[in-house]
Design a protein around this ligand. Structure first.
Ligand SMILES: [Mn+2]
Length: 270
């Protein structure tokens, strides 16, 4: 629903009423911020139409790694409200961005890193009580996200300890750091959710699928190869219906070539 964030919330409900897909991600931000009434309306349609809803957590002016105590507490308060409401949606997944690296971080040694870690632990524990599954998304390093590269995630998961926290692979973000396939390889068993949008490898353009330089045939094939069973969420800011039809075709082609390969193996075997 990122693409219609500037339109009134009522439009989301109409889209859900007519959606021809299984998974929808609601962005709990701006005009679409959740409240009890909205959650009730979404839950009803999702139930009637057998849709699976995930929630993208609020992100505007939110920074869980801030050196400022007040800013961090305000961010956590906003995020916990989102978790509470998502729990009522019976939302299986709640997608979180990491905190940001402050311009003055070097003056404060590793404070951003530690605050990010502490906040994430606090949110995962809170979410557990409310039956919400948190998943952490890879950001973009040139946009100051603390968790962007595979290397960041290696260090993060080492430091995190015994917390259940799956990864949302944002393919567009990973393309900017040139690490799509590195993530898919090294985090195969850890990826529970995926955001798909395109770019030219430089800035976070959120283009339609096929409008940038990402090799989508290879991406979809790689998701299949790791046995990925989560949702594929289109997160393009425009051309969403075209992106969806391209995606459906890509998945179909990957399935067909899989069947051909199986047939060849069986044929050779017999
Ligand atoms: Mn994303």
């Amino acid at each position: 629903m990122l693409y219609c964030l500037s339109r009134p919330f009522s439009e989301i409900l109409s889209i859900l009423e007519e959606a021809e897909f299984k998974n929808v991600e609601i962005v709990d931000e701006g005009l679409h911020s959740l409240n009890e009434e909205r959650v009730d309306a979404i839950r009803k349609i999702a139930y009637d139409r057998d849709l699976e809803i995930s929630v993208h957590s609020p992100f505007i002016n939110v920074d869980i790694a801030s050196i400022s105590y007040q800013r961090r507490r305000a961010s956590l308060r906003r995020l916990k409200k989102s978790i509470l409401l998502s729990g009522k949606l019976e939302s299986p997944l709640w997608v979180l961005h990491s905190g940001l690296r402050n311009n003055s971080s070097r003056l404060f040694s590793d404070v951003n890193w530690k605050m990010n870690l502490r906040s994430i632990r606090e949110l995962v524990e809170f979410a557990k009580i409310h039956d919400v599954q948190v998943t952490i998304e890879n950001g973009v390093s040139n946009l100051h996200f603390i968790l962007s590269s595979v290397e960041d995630f290696n260090r993060f998961y080492d430091d995190l300890g015994e917390y259940e926290l799956g990864l949302t692979l944002d393919v567009g973000h990973a393309n900017i750091d040139g690490e799509i396939f590195k993530f898919l390889k090294e985090y195969a068993g850890k990826i529970v959710h995926a955001h798909l949008h395109d770019n030219h490898g430089v800035s976070d353009e959120h283009l339609g699928i096929g409008d940038g330089n990402i090799n989508w045939v290879r991406v979809i094939k790689a998701f299949k190869e790791i046995g990925y069973e989560g949702a594929l969420i289109v997160e393009s800011e425009r051309d969403v219906s075209r992106s969806l039809s391209r995606l459906i075709r890509l998945v179909k082609e990957a399935n067909d070539s899989d069947k051909r390969a199986t047939f060849q193996v069986e044929h050779r075997g017999s």
